[in-house]
Design a protein around this ligand. Structure first.
Ligand SMILES: NC(=O)c1ccc[n+]([C@@H]2O[C@H](COP(=O)([O-])OP(=O)(O)OC[C@H]3O[C@@H](n4cnc5c(N)ncnc54)[C@H](OP(=O)(O)O)[C@@H]3O)[C@@H](O)[C@H]2O)c1
Length: 297
């Protein structure tokens, strides 16, 4: 089986590569060979390669910067998936496209189902929502595309909230962290496992067009920051932990508005794939252990 992977240098992409099953050939061109802001290049790459699958992990993920770089984020997050869809209509390849909880506005207090109406608050959310819509609009055979939404991606590598908090705990006495945005972290290890399982299962059965996956549980950024401090100290990564103070979103203004509540309902995916999500705090511990081992602390 031949797979075209985009975003192989990102948090999720690296884990997808790490977990590649035997017998699968992955083409991971990187931004210098395949720039997703160039739709023609996206189409040409697929037509030339004729992969069995495209796993589209690449995205413009700087949520705040997207507020000013609207055109660029649209090209990468909306036009590129649309271009991939156009190309797979020719090659009959399958597309696994990664999307986000930020397609919702967060104005509810129970987990979002796959079929709920998208109402993004930010330019990043709008670009990802449009990407989803364009895949749906352009695809000729709906069975060839799967959108996997996830939230608050964390891993021992790359740029993420966990690694930022680790540093702040080691440097500061107090950290102020937003406590009124509720969601759930997602470990790249389990998310990548889900991606590979989708690819395997699609050989045997039809899956819905949209699936959700996150770790189990629910958290605010404040909860995660506290847990990072506790676990990092216990594992000997940091000698000390800072005192974490809860603050409101309005006390930490950012260019992009984020949903107040963006928990995704994952029961459908869990049942279809026969995988139980692990609680985020348990996965956080595994991430911090992997981080510790990688740094030889
Ligand atoms: N991070 C989160 O909290 C989160 C939450 C929900 C959903 N998601 C979704 O999950 C997916 C993976 O996220 P992630 O956290 O793994 O992302 P990430 O670590 O920020 O990595 C983004 C990847 O996209 C690549 N990329 C960006 N612009 C590109 C371009 N113009 N051409 C080619 N490649 C480009 C980057 O390449 P370079 O290394 O060259 O920059 C990098 O490999 C994305 O679809 C994202 O929208 C993420």
């Amino acid at each position: 089986m031949k797979i075209l992977l985009t975003g192989g240098s990102g948090q999720l992409g690296q884990e997808i590569l790490k977990q590649k099953p035997r017998g699968i050939e992955i083409f991971n061109p990187g931004r210098n060979k395949l720039d997703l802001s160039d739709s023609k290049s996206c189409i040409k790459t697929v037509l030339d390669l004729k992969p069995d699958w495209i796993i589209n992990c690449a995205a413009y993920t700087q949520v705040d910067d997207a507020e000013k770089n609207i055109q660029l984020s649209r090209r990468i997050n909306s036009d590129a998936p649309a271009a991939f869809t156009e190309a797979i209509n020719e090659t009959n390849s399958k597309l696994l496209h990664i999307s986000t909880d930020f397609v919702f506005d967060g104005n509810q207090n129970f987990p979002y189902r796959e079929n709920q109406t998208r109402k993004p608050l930010s330019q990043y959310g709008a670009s990802k929502a449009l990407g989803e819509e364009l895949i749906k609009k352009n695809i000729q055979n709906i069975d060839n595309a799967t959108i996997l939404r996830t939230s608050w991606v964390i891993s021992p590598r790359g740029k993420n909230f966990i690694l930022t908090m680790l540093k702040l705990h080691s440097e500061k006495e107090f950290i102020k962290v937003v406590s009124d945005q509720i969601g759930c972290p997602t470990s790249t290890r389990d998310l990548a496992k889900v991606c590979w399982k989708i690819i395997k299962l699609k050989k045997e059965k039809k899956l819905p067009f949209i699936l959700h996956w996150t770790d189990a549980g629910v958290a605010s950024w404040f909860d995660i920051a506290v847990s990072v401090g506790e676990i990092a100290k216990e594992l000997g990564i940091n000698k000390k932990e800072a005192i974490v103070l809860p603050i409101n979103t309005c006390e930490y203004p950012t260019p992009a508005q984020r949903p107040k509540y963006s928990l995704l309902n994952t029961t459908n995916t869990s049942d279809l794939l026969n995988i139980q999500p692990i609680h985020w705090r348990k996965n956080l511990r595994s991430i911090l252990i992997e981080y510790k081992n990688s740094k030889k602390i």
